[in-house]
Structure formats: C-alpha cells, structure tokens
Design a protein around this ligand. Sequence first.
Ligand SMILES: Cc1ncc(COP(=O)(O)O)c(C=O)c1O
Length: 426
Amino acid sequence: MLWVHTPKPAQWRSYGGKGISTHEGTSLMELSGAWKRTARGAMLLGADGALKPTIFAEMSALALSTGAINLGQGFPDEDGPAEVLEAARQAISDGMNQYPPGIGFSVLREAISAHQMRFYGLAPDPDREVVVTAGATEALAAAILALIETGDEVVTFEPFYDSYSAMIALSGAVHRTVALRAPHFQPDHDDLRHAVSDRTRIILINNPHNPTGAMLGRETLELIVELAHQHDAIIVTDEVYEHLTFGQTHVPIATLPGAWDRTVTISSGGKTFSTTGWKVGWMTGPSELLQAILAVKQFLTYVNAAPFQPAIAVGLGLPDAFFQGVAGVLQQKRDLLSSGLTQAGFAVSESQASYFIVADARPLGFSDAADLCRRLPELTGVVAVPISAFVTDENKNEYASLVRFAFCKRVDVLERASAQLAGLAR
Ligand SMILES: Cc1ncc(COP(=O)(O)O)c(C=O)c1O
C-alpha cells in the first residue's frame, strides 16, 4: 500500500471553548494559554492584542532591509579564540555527538569549578554545585520557574534584560523593580530597601549590567545580601559579562560573607569567547538549590551542545592573558564608539563593562529614542535600540531619550558607524 501524506488544511480546529477557533483570521488574543502573560510580561502584547516582535528582531530586520550597520543586537562579528573553535571541531570528530549527562560533561563542570576558584576563590563541587545549561537564558528560566510560587515577588533592577520579565510573568510572580538612573545607573539604596519585602522570593541581579554597562558597587552587593537574609529571599545573579569589564574587577555576589548559601550564580561562555550561538551556560550554587532548579531544567532542554561543552572547558582554562586581552580590546572599542557618539552630539554615559553603551539623544533634539531608532538607519545608516525596550510601560518616560549601542563589532565597523553618526550633528 502506498501511504500518501495529506496535510490538513491550514486552519485552526475547534476545541470547544479553549480559545482555539475554527476560522482563519481569528484574533490571536482568543488563543488562551500562558503565552499571553509571558508576552505581556515582556511588553510585547499591545492593548489591541497584537503580538509585537522584540525590539531586537524589529531593529535587526531594519538593519537587513536598509543595509545599515547593526549596533542594535549584542553579538560579536569576529570569531573567538582559535583553540576553542578547534576544540569543538575535534570533539565532533571524536564522536562527542550524543546526549551529555543531565548536569553536563564532567570536563566542563570541572573547568567551571576551577575557573570560579582561579578568579574568585570559590570552590563549587563540580559534581553537586555546578550544572551546565543551554546558555544563561535556560538557567534563568529554570531558576525562576523552579523557585516561584504564584504571587511571590521577584525584584530586579530596571532597565532589565528582556527575558527576566517574560519568565517572571510566565512563572506567575509579581515583578518589582528598582530604578537604575542615568548617568551612573547605580540603585538608590532606599529604593532597594523599599522594594524587597517578606513577599520577595528572588532578588534577581545582573552584574555587570545589560543594557547600561554599570557594575554594582560593593556596598550595594552587601545590602542585597543583607536584605536577602532579612527577608529570606534567594539571590539569582546573572554574570554573563563577568570578564568584559573596563578597569574594575568583577566581584561575584556569591563571594560576599553570608551570600553563598542563598545564591545561584549564572554565567555563560557566549560573551567571553564570542560564541553566543553555542549556548553553553552554567549555574553554580548550593546543591539543594541546584537540585530544585535541575528538576525543572531537565524538562526544558534536558541537555545541549555536546561538542561545544569540552570546547568551552578549553576556553575557561586559557591563560590570564586571554581574559585581559578580551577586556582590553573591548575597552578600546568602547572608547572608539563613545568618542564617535560624543562627536555626533549624544550625551554618553560611561560604560564600565559589557558590550553596551548608553547615549542620551536629548542634546540632539530627540526626546523619543524609540522614534529616533526607527529613523536612525535612514538618517545615518546605523541601527541601535531604545532603552525603553528594557523598561516597564509605567517607567518609560524616565528613559525615553536613551539609546543603547553595542560596541562588540570590528574596529572598521565602529569607525564607519562613528563617521556616519557624525552626520546627526550637522
Ligand atoms: C544580561 C544577559 N543575560 C543573559 C544573556 C543570554 O545569555 P546566553 O546567550 O548565554 O543565553 C544575555 C545575552 O545578551 C544578557 O545580556
């Protein structure tokens, strides 16, 4: 008998009252499910029910359609260390192409543990206190989904990386924010004290910080630990830019007295080794917390990136000169773009770390950065993203004229972008 595949007609079928319609053209809003609160949390659901693309998707599409230089999305345009890339090729040749163990290959867990000792004096047990994840993104999602009960509160800084608000909303938690204000983007300690309460389950920090490039001062870190103890909260800390700092040494909050027992530290190899597409991340922390998070993580991806795991292990073991080198090169790129933006007429905040710099467009006569970013390709051939994309609707006004530019691009690209942006000043 010959079996012929006959696809169903492209229409939604009816599941009586579940919000799935029989008709084409039915509003997406009628489709029930947790996607709605996730999209709303990520500020991607319009009042009319329209699902908007993320600002990164919108701006990258604009860069593609106009041929503009994309300083919107934070990915490098140069390869990372040759040893790391070669190790991945070798791992594929060596047959490391099947599922790794649920917590990751031991070679990577041992390298992560050794890295934490070498740079920070922390000694996580590679078998119990280290878990490999599908990028920092999965670690964040699993931590939030695992630790939250509906109605718990999560405190983050604002602006915040967009996956935080999406996952907080999906988990059923309430999102409380503490403002980081221009030009230094450090939190007011009274604001922080005010935001954290007995309802707070997680204090979620991002240090160094995307999108502002700020690094939290030691006193702020100490206050966070104090508040976590006082209100019995868990600290989840996203440190993916830990090695991309300009003159200041990164201090993981887990190294502070009293922090380790209630802190989950998340990082990944994407930024440090310019391998954002490999999605090799990890979390370190006390075994009970990691076990609870693993209970969720194992049903998200289970595992990922088999041949890339040993390659990232090679990266973590590179000599100090490599880590100083990546930060040094990036600092020069920051300086280049910063002076280009200043010459173009922006008021530029000093970025202490990360891939990003924040520039205020108000001195150029633009009070709405979202509008400016939509016009920037046509005006200058450059794409950037408005900081309002990282902010809740209630607080958009405070950040309305701020733009984020990524400087993790080739020097010639940044030079061209600077020359083109100079046109704004004329
Ligand atoms: C603050 C922050 N956290 C997490 C991520 C995602 O990391 P990964 O690619 O390892 O999932 C990013 C990427 O831009 C980021 O900026």
